[in-house]
Design a protein around this ligand. Structure first.
Ligand code: FAD
Length: 504
């Protein structure tokens, strides 16, 4: 079977690329997804997302033992369904800091500065408050306020202001700072994944061929040119051909894995698994960066109850640490869960809240590598959390700042105690112990097919794989540096921009 374009992965990025490329009726586009249709009700009800983790729509990955986390493995959830991780995420809409993108540009990626990428954020967006200098209206992706935020979320914002932080109504104007309620990718109280926003309307087109339960095994290469892919449909291996391009949108874990399985990567690693080296690119799978997260866990005097339309992580804060001097707006981001910590699976029924702290631009770097040459084997994922002292120092400072906020009204009188790290944990060593013993991830892996022009760059500024013709990577893996916040909106922006580049 021949198509003009084959897109691998119908996730945050892949659904956008599929929808945009198929706007040209002359283009035959195949969109392959390892998971199935997004028909389960829990995928659409916002407060259900913790129940989706580790289930049928999750790849079920686990990290390598993390030395920085007291030799613990971390569950590393990724969506395996139409919409990909945008179908299981917490729906917070955050672009990061304008300087993130100016930094990408300055690293040798022309066309990726804030002024260059802002039009693509706006192009996607259907902002509840209408169009403005920083927001778009009429785009496919609904960005809205929470319908009925919990009073604990509002109390956090007021307490943060009482602790001296600014109040913000918009985290997404390029300078995220202060405390506020997050905006979310929801439409009429339901999740607005990229499957819903972009793919669903585009599937009416006869030139867009969405194939579910199609697990891509490798890119087919003829010399230095990508000519198609092999996928497993549950019964047999099917080969399809791309007359123009193959586009990998399998995410920051699976896109580098697929490149490696196709002979594109670090020669020593490929040879150690018996994979024939086609193109030596040492950066494939390297430079893995993710936001680490540690939390204050706080029993409440009264139980919270999450409404169906709550994303459970309703409020937040961006703040500067004491020694921050890199010109950005903030280096710490907070997430407030006014219910049980999401991982507990209780989905907003317990008498507990959590304030999680995330380092905006962590310095620890990890790796995705092959476990074997068998495409069905999970890759080795080693984020190496908390292996850089900067990350630890910032987490400690963030936990202290969170604690200061809990000492302010109106939040103070709602909290019964501090369960973890606990009131006794005052010095750096006690907080370090808490961080290393309990922290997890905030699920934002990026950088494993880094865009740039240095030795470790995998794609150029047009997202073309270096040394290979007709092959691009379009997903979170191309970010040269992690953005200062959640990664769904930046990934959608990357896909919008990539589609424009491909069509022109
Ligand atoms: C629990 C959780 C909560 C999160 N919360 C937020 C949030 O609130 N806000 C935010 O901005 N970000 C959040 N994120 C992160 C954000 O959702 C991701 O950064 C983003 O979805 C990544 O998009 P992607 O296109 O790179 O990858 P994905 O969306 O993961 O897409 C990759 C797709 O490729 C498919 N695929 C992979 N391998 C193959 C293969 N071999 N063959 C065929 N298909 C394949 C996958 O099944 C998937 O559909 C969260 C993530 C998680 C896990």
């Amino acid at each position: 079977m021949n198509y003009d374009y084959i897109i691998v992965g119908a996730g945050s990025a892949g659904c956008v690329v599929g929808a945009r490329l198929s706007q040209d009726p002359a283009c035959q586009v195949a969109l392959l997804e390892a998971g199935g249709e997004d028909s389960a009700a829990a995928l659409h009800q916002p407060n259900q997302w913790p129940l989706l983790l580790d289930g049928a729509v999750d790849w079920g990955y686990t990290t390598a033992l993390q030395t920085g986390y007291n030799l613990r493995n971390i569950q590393y959830q990724r969506g395996k369904v139409l919409g990909g991780t945008s179908s299981i995420n917490a729906m917070i809409y955050i672009r990061g800091d304008a300087r993130d993108y100016d930094h990408w540009r300055d690293l040798g990626n022309p066309g990726w500065g804030w002024q260059d990428v802002l039009p693509y954020f706006l192009k996607s967006e259907d902002q509840q408050h209408g169009a403005s200098a920083f927001h778009g209206a009429g785009g496919p992706l609904t960005v809205s306020d929470l319908m009925a935020p919990h009073h604990i979320s509002s109390a956090f914002v007021d307490a943060a202001v009482a602790a001296g932080h600014a109040r913000t109504v918009d985290f997404n104007a390029g300078t995220p700072a202060g405390a506020g309620l997050y905006q979310v990718t929801m439409r009429n109280g339901e999740r607005c994944s990229t499957a819903k926003a972009f793919l669903q309307p585009a599937r009416k087109r006869s030139n867009l061929h969405t194939i579910t339960h199609a697990r891509v095994l490798r890119v087919v290469m003829e010399g230095d040119r990508a000519t198609g892919v092999d996928y497993f449909d549950g019964m047999q291996v099917v080969r399809i051909h791309a007359t123009r391009e193959v586009i990998l949108s399998a995410g920051a874990i699976d896109s580098p894995k697929l490149l490696m399985l196709s002979g594109i990567g670090d020669p020593a690693q490929l040879e150690s698994h018996g994979v024939t080296v086609r193109v030596a690119l040492s950066g494939v799978g390297a430079n893995l960066c993710d936001h680490p997260g540690s939390s204050l866990v706080l029993p409440l005097k009264e139980a919270g109850q999450a409404l169906p339309a709550s994303n459970l992580v309703e409020a937040g804060l961006y703040m500067k640490s004491a020694n921050m001097n890199d010109g950005f707006a903030a280096d710490l981001q907070f997430f407030v869960t006014p219910f049980a910590p999401a991982q507990a699976g209780a989905v907003g029924k317990s008498k507990m809240m959590a304030i999680s702290v995330q380092t905006c631009r962590p310095k620890s770097r990890g790796q995705v590598s092959l476990r074997s040459a068998n495409p069905i084997d999970a890759p080795l994922i080693d984020p190496r959390y908390m292996t850089h002292p900067y990350d630890l120092a910032l987490q400690i400072e963030g936990l202290r700042a969170a604690r200061d906020i809990t000492a302010q009204e109106p939040l103070k009188s709602l909290i019964a105690a501090e369960l973890a790290p606990g009131a006794h944990a005052l010095d750096d060593a006690s907080l370090e112990h808490h961080i290393r013993a309990t922290s997890g991830c905030i699920w934002h892996p990026v950088g494993t097919c880094r865009m740039g022009n240095g030795e470790d760059a995998v794609v150029d500024a047009q997202l073309r794989v270096r040394g290979v013709r007709s092959l691009r990577v379009v997903d979170a893996s191309v970010m040269p540096q992690i953005t200062s916040g959640n990664t769904n909106a930046p990934t959608i922006m990357i896909a919008e921009k990539a589609a424009d580049m491909i069509l022109s």
